[in-house]
Design a protein around this ligand. Structure first.
Ligand code: PLP
Length: 425
């Protein structure tokens, strides 16, 4: 058998030999006729089961602690009891936290639409009064990019590392490009790298000189989604921004999509008092109040901050072995060949894998032809353009562990073949 050593160091003869071995393994893989999926960043059925009490709650009850009849219109800020459960984890004071509809992505989309149409507090003109841009830390979340692209907002990629976006790059872009109005941030267990922004990075983001109507789209989707006991201290971005003299800069978003049910959960918006008032004003033209009965059943399921933490531990118990399987597969199959580097996140929903430059698209294509669906290479970059063609987002949460393991092994086979091909070409 072939002895593994880093592909990039092999001479042509050794590389050809490795290529033939990989090609044979790939033929076997194809012959197995798999049909597996690593694209879906969603909870498994087993995780959804954890929240099935929601299916029979609120069990005839329909009043909040204040005695309000929640069956009716009204209550635009959302249920105070539910906001109290999430206020601590999100580090947003209850009075500045809104509990709204079923999707934080909808809130981000609508917030950006409101800003385009009406401008934001502190801004003189609607964003749409001139061509605008957003900063997009890469690799990032493709649905953020889609919102910007749909609205004609130019996206400027910003490199990021384990501590968050590259602050020097952000500072110099903000200084030289006055079209920048926003920046997408996933500060905790980022999609897809799992990076957690350091306090230093957060302080810089809220204090760097920028336009008065510049906003951080602070998408704290994974604030409570821990996978280990090593937990980042939650950062109070609103307090830091206020301290820096820019209280209106961050707009905090979150949801229970990956706490309870995606699609039937509750989304949150948190910001400065001026931004919250602005948001409520805009929302008042759109709705006479959120689904408070859904919020009530969430209160009954989760009860309090400890109940939320305990619920998330059950998710962790299901997810931890899946993330371990990703690490094990790459360690065993890719590492001996120097075939990639990957993140080992302590929370969130994804692993970010960098294969050898120029091989990601081909690897995803080969995997697909062998019946293993992987998120398209490039999806983690604005306009689908990964300049190195190296990044692949791995979503290990949805498939059962045995299917996940099989899919990862097959993916590694496809990656190694793609890399050998790339180096030979
Ligand atoms: N934000 C991030 C970073 C995500 O990864 C996701 C889902 O994958 C969402 C938002 C979607 O949130 P919601 O279900 O609240 O719309």
């Amino acid at each position: 058998a072939l002895r593994p050593s880093p592909l990039a160091d092999l001479d042509t003869a050794a590389l050809r030999e490795a290529h033939s071995a990989f090609a044979r393994a790939y033929d076997d893989l194809k012959a197995a006729g798999l049909k597996l999926d690593l694209t879906r960043g969603k909870p498994s059925a087993e995780q959804l089961d954890l929240s099935d009490d929601l299916l029979h709650l609120p069990d005839g009850r329909y009043r909040d602690a204040a005695g309000t009849d929640l069956r009716n219109y009204g209550g635009p800020t959302g249920l105070a009891e539910l906001r109290a459960i999430f206020a601590d984890a999100l580090r947003v004071p209850v009075g500045q936290l809104l509990a709204l509809g079923n999707s934080s992505l909808t809130l981000m989309h609508d917030t950006i639409a409101f800003a385009l149409l009406h401008g934001v507090p502190g801004g003189e003109l609607p964003w749409s009064s001139r061509p605008i841009s957003f900063l997009a830390p890469v690799p990032g979340y493709d649905r953020h990019f889609t919102i910007a692209e749909r609205f004609g907002i130019r996206l400027i990629p910003v490199p990021s590392d384990d501590n968050g976006p590259d602050i020097e790059a952000v500072a110099s872009l903000l200084e030289t490009d006055d079209s920048i109005r926003g920046m997408f941030c996933v500060p905790v267990y980022s999609n897809p790298t799992g990076a957690v922004y350091s306090e230093e990075v957060v302080r810089a983001l809220v204090s760097l000189p920028a336009a008065d109507d510049f906003r951080l789209i602070w998408d704290n989707a994974y604030a409570v989604h821990h996978l280990s006991d090593e937990r980042p201290e939650p950062i109070d971005v609103l307090a830091l921004a206020a301290e820096a003299g820019n209280p209106d800069r961050p707009l905090v978003f979150a949801s229970t999509s990956k706490v309870t049910y995606p699609g039937a959960g509750v989304a949150f918006f948190g910001a400065s008092p001026a931004n919250v008032e602005w948001m409520l004003h805009n929302l008042s033209a759109q709705s006479i109040g959120p689904d408070k009965l859904n919020q009530l059943r969430h209160v009954e399921l989760l009860r309090d901050a400890d109940g939320l933490a305990a619920h998330m531990e059950k998710h962790r118990a299901i997810l931890e072995p899946k993330f371990a399987a990703v690490d094990a597969a790459f360690r065993e199959r890719l590492a001996p060949w120097g075939g990639g580097t990957w993140t080992a996140p302590s929370g969130g929903y994804f692993v970010s894998l960098d294969v050898l430059d120029g091989a990601a698209k081909r690897a995803v294509q080969l995997a697909k032809e062998a019946g293993i669906a992987v998120t398209p290479a490039g999806a983690t970059f604005p306009y689908g353009d990964d300049p190195r063609d190296a990044n692949i987002r791995i979503a290990p949460t949805f498939p059962p562990l045995d299917e996940l393991t099989t899919a990862l092994d097959g993916l590694c086979t496809a990656i190694l073949l793609a890399e050998a091909e790339t180096l030979l070409s």
